[in-house]
Design a protein around this ligand. Sequence first.
Ligand SMILES: [Zn+2]
Length: 75
Amino acid sequence: MKDKEPSYKKHLVNCPHCGKEILDHMDKCPFCEGEIKGTYREINPKTLKKIKIVLWAVLGAVAVTLIVLKATGVI
Ligand SMILES: [Zn+2]
């Protein structure tokens, strides 16, 4: 059984500056005051662009589906 492990354990990451365990939502290390670059807080522009493309693709697909459904008289 792993329920002895505290739930915050899975949010622990190692500080890139001092190597101590810190929580992954922290943007500053409490031990060495080093700045932590969040793994999901900071979205890099390339990823953002990809997300945007996917969103537009999904939106387009939904629109096309609706148009087709309307044209064929389903809705
Ligand atoms: Zn540190």
